[in-house]
Design a protein around this ligand. Structure first.
Ligand code: GLV
Ligand code: MN
Ligand code: MN
Length: 397
């Protein structure tokens, strides 16, 4: 099959126009925002133009269906609150290009997907979690974002595009092309990463409740300052983890909200996100115990209460050997001896889809190893190489 690099890159740049923001090629297109809904409506048209049948389920996962059975290719088209133009978008447009090229060449039937809320405005890879049965729709609908909006209300923005559910049984496997989002390939100079496995993740909100009070009159030793509890918790966490974590374990407090968030008020409440990732599920569990014990300790020392929100998470998963081998062979023909096998430290919809069918993934380099930021970018030659590897793997399968 013949990939058309100009057609692929044109579609990728057009998708970036939905929610284009910030410096460089930045994008603001969180799940169910106006930009996300408009992007999915445009994608539905492109899918239809490619001769595929458009379906959208109640979550807003958008499918382009070939005649069953078919391989499923794709990723997601929602973004982080501040994101780049390639995270997810690359895999969706690459899927569309391979589906078009395969159809034109009389090749294998290819279906495409753009999953919803991969970036976890409400959960962790929420759209594919629901589609795969990892999370039921009723529970998903109760999840809230950092402003308190509920998923069940937010997804009404997509209602006009929803057609019905999509049966996973029609797909023989799933392959996702993605940017690496880390420094490995950019540092080594290699063009392709074939993914061996995807790390596991745990994510929960933690709340410290102290006493809101006057910032001028309340003596330091009488304060029950919720921010001081978060600060002390964070300062001690690395030390408590030291006998459990490895150099590849990561943890992040990425969101913090103080109430009432005013210069002259001792904050009475602090809510923060606690997220940790590792390739070993046992290690994730041991870290959870440490997090809970340390947070309790910090609260007790300050006569505060602590509350742990719903634990969200995904287990580490291995890629399917047959699909992975096809990607390795494709990588070797497109980028001879200039690719590597590597784990994914980022989460992907492929983790959820692996509950339903064989899955595999491949990466192209991220310039400077930067992602989840407006500066995210990849050389166009590398983007095209990624699509070519995907096309060769699909042909071989
Ligand atoms: C997905 O974007 C992740 O946070 O790894
Ligand atoms: Mn992504
Ligand atoms: Mn992402």
């Amino acid at each position: 099959m013949n990939i058309d690099p100009a057609r692929f890159l044109k579609d990728l740049h057009t998708l970036r126009e939905f929610g284009a923001a910030g410096v460089g090629k930045g994008v603001v297109r969180p799940a169910y925002s106006g930009a996300d809904v408009a992007a999915r409506a445009w994608l539905a048209d492109r899918i239809r133009d490619a001769g595929l049948r458009v379906e959208m389920d109640a979550m807003g996962n958008l499918f382009g269906l070939a005649d069953a059975p078919s391989l499923l290719l794709g990723s997601h088209s929602d973004s982080q609150p501040e994101g780049g133009w390639l995270d997810g978008a690359l895999g969706v447009i690459a899927a569309l290009e391979v589906a078009r090229a395969s159809r034109a060449a009389g090749g294998p039937a290819i279906s495409v997907v753009s999953f919803q809320d991969e970036e976890g405005r409400f959960g962790v890879t929420t759209g594919s979690a629901v589609w795969s049965g990892h999370l039921d729709q009723a529970t998903a609908d109760t999840l809230s974002d950092h402003t308190g909006a509920k998923l069940g209300d937010a997804r009404e923005a997509m209602d006009a595009l929803v057609t019905g559910s999509v049966d996973p049984a029609q797909f023989t496997g799933f392959i996702e092309l993605h940017i690496e989002q880390g420094p490995t390939l950019d540092t080594s100079g290699e063009q392709i990463g074939v993914v061996s496995d995807i790390v596991g993740i745990r994510d929960m909100k933690i709340t410290f409740d102290g006493q809101q009070n006057h910032a001028g009159t309340t003596p330091m030793h009488l304060r029950r300052d919720a921010f001081q509890a978060v600060s002390a918790f964070n300062a001690k966490l690395a030390t408590r983890f030291r006998n459990v974590v490895t150099p590849t374990t990561v943890w992040t407090i990425g969101h913090l909200s103080l109430h009432p968030n005013a210069s002259s008020i001792v904050p009475g409440r602090a809510v923060f996100s606690m997220q940790w990732r590792d390739g070993d599920a046992d290690r994730l569990a041991r870290m959870e115990t440490i997090i809970r014990e340390l947070a309790e300790e910090m609260a007790q020392a300050r006569s505060m209460s602590v509350h742990f929100g719903q634990m969200l998470g995904l287990e580490p998963v291995q890629m399917d050997t047959r699909l992975r081998t096809a990607l390795e062979q494709g990588a070797q023909s497109v980028a001879p001896d200039n690719w590597r096998l590597m784990p994914s430290g980022a989460l992907h919809d492929a983790t959820n889809v692996s509950r339903l069918m064989p899955v595999a993934m491949l990466f192209v380099p991220s310039i400077g190893g930067i992602s989840h930021a407006f500066e995210e970018d990849t050389d166009e030659a590398d983007l095209v190489a990624g699509v070519q590897v995907l096309a060769r793997a699909v042909s071989a399968l």
